[in-house]
Every structure is written in structure tokens, then in C-alpha cells.
Design a protein around this ligand. Structure first.
Ligand code: GCB
Length: 584
């Protein structure tokens, strides 16, 4: 990539089409951001259907003049289904939020170099039985009850279905012959690091490739040439998780230099990739990073904040990393969808370990286990693994959250999905997050690590914290007894409305949340000496949900408020996580 041009870092004009013949109001709409909370209009907050973004940009004339330059339009993510036009010509169509897509637009902008480049993006947030996440629509047509009639998007997940263009829209260029992709697998033997690489080139059948690996100070530590090979690094500095080593998140820089010729012109491209050298392995009782036992003491998150919804927001990202480190957390799960690449890069640099989850959340309806759903799920895994495969921070893939894994089709569905994911990436374990009964879960036989969610004394036996020790112990013993695989408590927690107090503790108070956590912790402490390899609190921060009788302006299970201020539980967790970090 030689240069980029931000075309989404400002206002895009947004129009809501109300009918085939006319447009709705035209609004100023920031990108990146969800559109839902930007205006005072509840219709827009809860809107389901097509919205249109449009913006004209002036493309540098050297890009347009030079036929040897490939001009690419890249959308970081748009929720959910998108169609993109440039100067009225369709250039891309993409299904699915949370992942990027792009289009080569050189041909279109060269057609008439005198006109500015008009980018139009139509986005539809409707979820169907085959989308990920799935959803259905119910029409309220009984005119005796609903004078105007209305329809609702039913969702089977617990976060607000924010929509719009959530991540940056960029234009960038490469030469016509270019480095399209790199895949690295890392390993080490004694003090020698090994980086096995593969480079894919597009635009020519052959090219000269020079590969250099540099350390943090810019010194070259290994070189190679050709589209695949192994770089050997003497006295390797391994990539370690935060708090597991004095120098966590160590990254080398791999640079691929391409030169090629098509007989008339020569092309040069450079692609730089940060590389962390580390290994990941799973035994029946342990999760090993660089052959050392790793205990996940971390959080589940959401991409969610006031006003911008799921829109990428740098101050929020940096604040969240500061809070994660303050807490002494060493890991998080990208519940319940892939997070922005910018966040993954931060994880690499800071040594924050990631369980990378695809948007397979809310697969509850038997019709969402059909062939069309599975085919889409497989292709989402292609996109996710393709995007995140080189991040050292990513140590495991999660293909779903709380599916109806007891249903008969779940067996074929999960065996196919997990096999496919392992074929895409043989170097990482694969899991999905379950809340099913251990005896009837049909996907669990295929995972490498059992990840189980439970809310004892909350959704079951509300108000009865005394049930936690026995129920939690039984949960662990049942799962381990059946599968002999390591277990992560992938969610647990309780809602707390900040500032609400009671003693003795009552549900929704800060005291109740604190006590639930502490009761879980004493069981974790007993079982982590055996086969429990991690605990991820639900949730890092309060987040927005659909309106409903169990949600008081959103889910309040955060240990931080939505504005990132600590509740009492944050201090309990902080004390615990630092103690766990110092004990290992
Ligand atoms: C869960 C879900 C999560 C919810 C949470 C809750 O099991 O995985 O998305 O937000 O419970 O608070 O109900």
C-alpha cells in the first residue's frame, strides 16, 4: 500500500429512501458512526431498511492519470448488507457487518477524469434467518390495535442492532502488480524463532520478492526471497501476553518488497506486516502460550458507546485499553462479532490476548441451521480468518455464541464449521461459547476448549447467591467429566445500576454484583488448579440493548458504566486480576 486517502473521516450525506419514487430527508451523518443515536428522531433510532450515504471526493490527479496505479475503495465495515456505487456504477456488494470489503475503482474514475469521484453506499440493516446474526421480521397489521401498522425486527441477541457505516471508508492505491496478502505461521526452537511465510501476488504471474525481518530497533534479523520460505531469527524475542513477561507484545516488522515488469513498465510495491513470534497449544487441562500455561483473566466487551453506537472512536479505544491495563486484565473476547482492525493491532502491541469471535450470535431458530445459513457462516469465517490470521494476539477462534446447540442439526453444522475453520488456520484452537446442557450439547465434541456461560443467582434462582458454589462446581465437573477438555468461564455476572446500594444485597445493586463475582471467584480458585483455564467477566462496560422489560436503558452488567467509570465491582476485579498476575 503506497498511499491512502480518507474519504470517510467526515460527514457523508445520508438520505432515507421512503418509496421507489422519492427520497426521504437528507441529513448530515458522520462516518464512522452508527446513525441510530445521532438525531432526535426515534424513527431513525429504530429504523429498519435501506439508508443511503453519499459523498464526493477529489481524487489526486496522479492516481487518475497513472494507468499503472490501482485505486481501491475500502469500507472498514457497514451493517449489514451493502451496495456501493462510484459515479453511478455499481462496484461492490457485501453481506455482513463487522468485516471489511473493497473494490478496485480505477476503471470507473478514469472514465471521466474531469468529474469528482461520487461514492454512494446503500446499507440495509435487516436481519434474516440466514444472516449472521440471524433475525426475523414480524408485521403488526391488526388495524384495530395498530392504526398505522408497524413491523419489528426480532433479534435473538442482547445488544442494540446498531447500523450504518461503522468503520473508516478509505481510498488507497497500489501498483497494478502488487502484494495482495501475506500469511505467517510462527514457531521457535530453543532460542531460534521461525517465521514461515507465504506471499500472494496479484497482477502478474511472477514477481521478484525480497523479504526482510526487522527487530524493534529497525535492525535486520533475517532475510529471504521468493513467495514462500522460513525466516530464522537468532536470540528470538518472543511475543508474550501482558503481565506474563517484562516485555509483552514484542513485534518484529516483516517487509516484503516486490518488483515486477509487464514488458512495458516496471512495478514496485512494499508491504509491511508486524509479526509476533509465539506458539499456542492446548492440552486436556491447559492453554499454553510459548509452552507456558496461560490463565485468561479478562473481560468480554462490546463495540458500544454513547452517541456513536458502534462507530470506531479512537479516544474510546485508547481509554478502554487503559482501563483493561488498570484492571490487570490480560485478555478479552470480541463478543459477539469481529472488532475493528485498529483494536486488534492495539492488542498485538500491548500483549492483550484475544478470543476472536465471529457474528454467529443468536442462532436459536432451527431454520438458521440450514444450508444457506451454513454457507454464509463458512464464508464469514473465510473473511474473519483472512483478516485476522496474522495477529499474534489472536489465540483462538470462536465461531458462535450461545447457539441452540442441543438441536439435532447442530451436530453437522458445528462439525462442518469447526473443520472448515481449522482448515483455514491449523495453528489456532477453535471453540464456540455454550450455554447448553453438557449432556445434550451437540457442538462440544468438536471444540478444543469448552467455553461456558452461566448466570447462577441471576437468570436462575434470582436473589439466591448461596446456590453459586454448588451449581458452579457441578457445572465444571460435568463438562470436564464428559469431555476432558480445559474450560473457560466465558461469561458470568450480574446487572448493577450504578449508585444503587443495599445491604443485605439485592439484585441490581452494586453490592449484589460484587458478591456474585466473589462467589464465582472462590470456585474458580479451586478449579483453576485443575482444568479451568480462564474467567471472562460479563461485561467490561454497560452497553445498549433493545428496549425490554429486563433492560433499564441497556444491559447494566458492566463493571464500568457506559461512560467508563468504575462500579464497586471493578475494584474487586482489579484486586483479583493483579493478584492472579503476580501469582503466575
Ligand atoms: C448472555 C449473552 C450476552 C448477554 C448476557 C446477559 O448469555 O451471551 O450477550 O448480554 O448473557 O446479560 O444476559
Amino acid at each position: 500500500m503506497v498511499s491512502t486517502w480518507h474519504c470517510g473521516g467526515g460527514i457523508m450525506i445520508w438520505a432515507l429512501f421512503q418509496s421507489d419514487s422519492g427520497t426521504g430527508p437528507v441529513l448530515e451523518m458522520p462516518v464512522p458512526a452508527s446513525y441510530n443515536d445521532i438525531t432526535q428522531d426515534s424513527m431513525l433510532r429504530d429504523f429498519i431498511g435501506w439508508v443511503w450515504y453519499e459523498r464526493e471526493v477529489q481524487v489526486p490527479s496522479r492516481w487518475v492519470k497513472d494507468e499503472g496505479t490501482r485505486v481501491v475503495l475500502r469500507v472498514g465495515s457497514a451493517h449489514y448488507y451493502s451496495v456501493v456505487w462510484v459515479n453511478g456504477i455499481q462496484v461492490a456488494e457485501h453481506e455482513g457487518g463487522h468485516l471489511p470489503f473493497e473494490a478496485d475503482i480505477g476503471g470507473v474514475i478514469r472514465e471521466d477524469p474531469t468529474v469528482p469521484c461520487r461514492i454512494t453506499i446503500a446499507v440495509n440493516n435487516t436481519l434474516t434467518l440466514t444472516s449472521l446474526p440471524p433475525g426475523t421480521i414480524t408485521h403488526m397489521n391488526d388495524r384495530t390495535k395498530y392504526p398505522g401498522g408497524y413491523f419489528v425486527q426480532n433479534i435473538f441477541f442482547d445488544f442494540f442492532n446498531y447500523a450504518g457505516i461503522h468503520r473508516p471508508v478509505l481510498l488507497y492505491t497500489t501498483p497494478k502488480v502488487y502484494v495482495d496478502d501475506i500469511t505467517v505461521f510462527t514457531d521457535f526452537a530453543d532460542s531460534t524463532g521461525l517465521v514461515k511465510y507465504k506471499v500472494s501476488v496479484k497482477g502478474a504471474s511472477s514477481a521478484n520478492l525480497k523479504v526482510t525481518l526487522m527487530d524493534k530497533d529497525g535492525h535486520c534479523v533475517a532475510t529471504s526471497s521468493g513467495p514462500s520460505g522460513v525466516l530464522k531469527v537468532a536470540d528470538v524475542m518472543l511475543w508474550w501476553p501482558y503481565l506474563m513477561h517484562d516485555n509483552p507484545g514484542y513485534l518484529y516488522s516483516m517487509e516484503v518488497q516486490l518488483s515486477a515488469s509487464d514488458g512495458q513498465s516496471t512495478f514496485e510495491d512494499v508491504y509491511a506486516l508486524p509479526v509476533g513470534i509465539r506458539t499456542v497449544n492446548v492440552t486436556s487441562t491447559q492453554f499454553l502460550i510459548n509452552n507456558k500455561p496461560f490463565y485468561f483473566h479478562g473481560v468480554n466487551k462490546h463495540e458500544d458507546s454513547d452517541i456513536r453506537g458502534k462507530g470506531l472512536d479512537w479516544p474510546l479505544i485508547v481509554k478502554d485499553f487503559n482501563l483493561i491495563k488498570w484492571l490487570g486484565a490480560n485478555s478479552f473476547r470480541t463478543s459477539h462479532y469481529p472488532y475493528a482492525e485498529e483494536i486488534m493491532q492495539m492488542c498485538d502491541r500491548h500483549g492483550i490476548v484475544v478470543i476472536d469471535e465471529c457474528p454467529g450470535v443468536g442462532i436459536k431458530d432451527i431454520r438458521s441451521f440450514g444450508n444457506a445459513s451454513l454457507a454464509h457462516h463458512l464464508s464469514v469465517m473465510d473473511e474473519l480468518v483472512g483478516r485476522d490470521k496474522n495477529h499474534p494476539s489472536v489465540v483462538m477462534w470462536s465461531v458462535a455464541n450461545e447457539p441452540a446447540a442441543e438441536m439435532p442439526p447442530a451436530d453437522y453444522y458445528f462439525s462442518t464449521l469447526i473443520k472448515h475453520t481449522k482448515m483455514l488456520d491449523p495453528s489456532r484452537p477453535v471453540t464456540f461459547i455454550t450455554d447448553s446442557n453438557y449432556a445434550r450439547d451437540k457442538g462440544a465434541p468438536y471444540v478444543d476448549v469448552i467455553c461456558v456461560n452461566s448466570y447462577f443467582s441471576w437468570y436462575h434462582d434470582p436473589g439466591h447467591m448461596e446456590v453459586i458454589p454448588i451449581q458452579l462446581k457441578t457445572q465444571f465437573e460435568n463438562w470436564f467429566g464428559k469431555y476432558k477438555k480445559p474450560i473457560i468461564q466465558s461469561e458470568y455476572g450480574a446487572d448493577a445500576v450504578p449508585g444503587l446500594h443495599s445491604d443485605p444485597p439485592m439484585m441490581f445493586t452494586e453490592e449484589y454484583q460484587k458478591n456474585v463475582l466473589q462467589s464465582y471467584h472462590s470456585v474458580f480458585d479451586e478449579k483453576r488448579k485443575q482444568y479451568v483455564i480462564g474467567e471472562l467477566i460479563w461485561n467490561f462496560a454497560d452497553f445498549m440493548t433493545a428496549q425490554g422489560i429486563t433492560r433499564v436503558v441497556g444491559n447494566k452488567k458492566g463493571i464500568f458504566t457506559r461512560q467508563r467509570q468504575p462500579k464497586s465491582a471493578a475494584f474487586i476485579l482489579r484486586e483479583r486480576y493483579w493478584r492472579l498476575a503476580n501469582a503466575t
